[in-house]
Design a protein around this ligand. Structure first.
Ligand SMILES: Cc1ncc(COP(=O)(O)O)c(C=O)c1O
Length: 325
């Protein structure tokens, strides 16, 4: 897909920065499309269409669209309608769909709706009279580093190819086979993630207890953090829907922006470093993921155990705002 410098891939902004980094390495273009913060960081088809047209008009050969669902850094979870409309757009424009679904079990609102499910439903629907959904190419990504498994260090994951030409699949297998595979334990964990203990199995009770414990802990911390953000001056945040993150907007006083400038930092970077120094809490400035010009954000996880750090964050924020008021 990235065989020439004119090739382009639609990538959501804000994004998981490995996408733009990989495109740089491959010498292809990032075609950014902005997510809609007012819609819980969902996809907005008009914005995607506009980004696509602008890139085409500039001579870019747009080949694929990346969707990160649930979102990093946004914490969004797409509803079925958004998933289907992206698939329809991809079918109309013959784009490969890369669905990064590594947070598929980190869902706090509603249910996860996969791109494969959306595709299969469209293939069976009236919308497929001309067979346009039969030839869509979809790659879905998953990893053992997320979800309740959370085994980042073992480096296991997979991608599933749906609707790709047989010969393309063969070439991809060959290409992947010349790379090194993950260690055996990583491969075993992939197997265990895909085929977890079932009801009636000897280890099921313990597995379920641990799984639910981790899930509930994440949900409790996400809610605690969200409630804290709601109380913080100049902070606005979507309610936690999915993944492991919240990505609030912050409005910082003029004087804080000036202080940032003096340190050659963007205002959100300055805020994040001050937070780190004061509390030991590490969050990432929105500028690291891309954000609409003139807006400021930061991304925070809710992985750290306990919730006392939420109080430390609230205290820091209050003092920071006082300092620069
Ligand atoms: C959206 C997204 N995709 C993929 C990955 C990569 O996961 P890993 O390399 O741990 O499998 C991450 C990790 O943070 C991510 O946030």
């Amino acid at each position: 897909m990235c065989s020439s410098p004119e090739a382009g891939i639609l990538v959501p902004i804000p994004q998981y920065p490995l996408y733009t980094a990989t495109l740089s390495v491959l010498g292809a273009q990032c075609v950014p499309y902005y997510l809609d913060e007012s819609k819980g960081w969902g996809t907005d088809l008009d914005t995607i269409r506009e980004a696509y047209k602008k890139a085409k008009d500039a001579g870019t050969n747009v080949r694929a669209i990346v969707i990160i669902n649930p979102g990093n850094p946004t914490g969004a979870s797409l509803d079925p309608e958004d998933v289907r409309s992206v698939l329809e757009f991809a079918a109309d424009n013959k784009l490969v769909v890369m669905a990064d679904e590594v947070y598929q079990t980190n869902i706090f609102q509603g249910k996860f709706y996969s791109f494969k499910k959306g595709l299969r439903e469209l293939q069976k629907s009236d919308k497929n009279k001309d067979g346009k959904f039969d030839s869509i190419e979809l790659a879905s990504l998953h990893s053992i580093s997320k979800g309740m498994v959370g085994e980042c260090g073992h480096r296991g994951g997979y991608f599933e190819m749906v609707g790709f030409d047989k010969e393309v699949v063969e070439q991809i297998y060959k290409f992947v086979s010349i790379m090194l595979c993950p260690p055996v334990i990583g491969q075993c964990i992939v197997e265990m993630m895909c085929n977890p203990p079932k009801e009636g199995d000897e280890s099921y009770e313990l597995y379920k207890k641990e799984y639910d414990g981790i899930f509930n802990g994440l949900q409790d911390r996400a809610t605690a953090l969200y409630e804290a953000f709601k109380q913080m001056e100049g902070v606005e945040c979507q309610s936690p829907a999915g993944s492991m993150y919240l990505f609030p907007t912050i409005s910082l006083p003029e004087k804080a922006q000036e202080a940032a400038k003096k340190e050659n930092k963007s205002p959100d970077e300055y805020y994040c470093f001050r937070l780190l120094d004061a509390t030991g809490i590490c969050v990432v400035a929105g500028s690291g993921f891309g954000q609409r010009e003139g807006t400021l954000h930061f991304r925070t996880t809710f992985l750290a155990p306990g919730t006392d750090w939420v109080g430390r964050m609230t205290k820091f924020h209050k003092e920071f705002m006082e300092e620069f008021r």
